[in-house]
Design a protein around this ligand. Sequence first.
Ligand code: RFL
Ligand code: PHB
Length: 391
Amino acid sequence: MRTQVAIIGAGPSGLLLGQILSRAGISTLILERQSADHVLGRIRAGVLEQGTIDLLEAAGVGQRLQRQGLVHGGFELLFKGARHRIDLQALTGGRQVMVYGQTELTRDLMEARAAAGQPSVYQASELSIHDFAGQQPRVRYVSQGRQHELACDFIAGCDGFHGVCRASVPRGAITEYEKVYPFGWLGLLADVPPVSPELIYANTERGFALCSMRSTSRARYYLQCPLTDTLSQWTDQAFWAELKNRLDPQAREQLITGPAIEKGIAPLRSFVAEPMRFGRLFLAGDAAHIVPPTGAKGLNLAASDINYLSAALREFYQDSSSAGIDSYSARCLRRVWRAERFSWWFTSLMHQFPEAGGFGQKLQEAELDYLVHSSAAATALAENYVGLPLD
Ligand code: RFL
Ligand code: PHB
């Protein structure tokens, strides 16, 4: 069996790379450990930057996004019991973001791949990658009880934080930078109208809260919680009561509650692996870096990696040039580190840190006050939130 680019992982990174390469006439095989339904069952990102939307449109998967995505020209910061609007459009010369769930985006990409007749293997187990330091990499895996070997020109490691690709790189060839935060996010999805038409990021003495959405009839809410908390402690009733405690009086009044259709606890982490290329193996998306979700940057960074990687591979096959491949890692990492800095800063500003005490809380409130009253500070927040340019 042979393909030009073996793509490991059918998350947004792998599927988007497959879509762009297939439209450029480059053959790919996507190998995914889970079933398609399992991948679609993960409730994750919700906010897309304009650069991500442009890339999806250029890849021919923008139709449903344009019809059903919710355009957001601003969001609200809640602190000391009051909300303040960050007007993204006014602060960034008309730029905005779109709320469209990762589940929907993944579904659009899976459908486009099936319609183009491009192959994917789901429930591929025992996957291992070989010889990527040389000219003829190979991938071995088991599917439906049979061992397979795939020969390829390149391997795209789009297999997320816990995947095999990064773990297969010799330890001396990779440097990892990591920060683990002392709390997690408890998320809840419910078929109730969102409490407010725009997202609310709340800093409170009880901890951070985020009011987001997936549509005008489906809300997505998050609460900062200790890492030791378990889902069994968080009944729906306990979740709604705590969310109300972290909102302003008006939002508390307007909040509509209902049964959870999904609930989960995610740890928060900042992580970068350098470099992102090892011979003929490329890492992209969560396989190479993780940001805490406060800045909504994870999926958007995955899309910008794929923008650079797909351009590099097209240059290789169409122009016989290795220039894009050689600069892939440096181009990605420049953008990755800027998003890491923003996500760390916004996380630090909005959450309760057990060791920071009352002094830390007062400093956060002073910074938030400065942010909403200084157009210079608000502009810095807004231009990072809508996404720094792809260059
Ligand atoms: P994924 O989505 O983890 O996909 C990797 C795929 O690889 C498969 N895999 C393997 N396949 C074959 N063999 C193996 N050995 C394999 N090991 C793993 C996995 O099954 C999986 O299908 O990584 P990808 O494609 O790089 O996409 C990254 C995004 O999923 C991630 O960055 C975002 O979800 C992060 N994120 C957010 N990003 C945003 O841009 N905006 C947001 O609003 C936002 N909110 C969030 C988020 C992530 C969250 N969680 C739970 C981590 C909110 C949350 C709560
Ligand atoms: C989400 O809707 O899941 C979401 C939105 C904004 C974030 C993080 C997650 O910053």
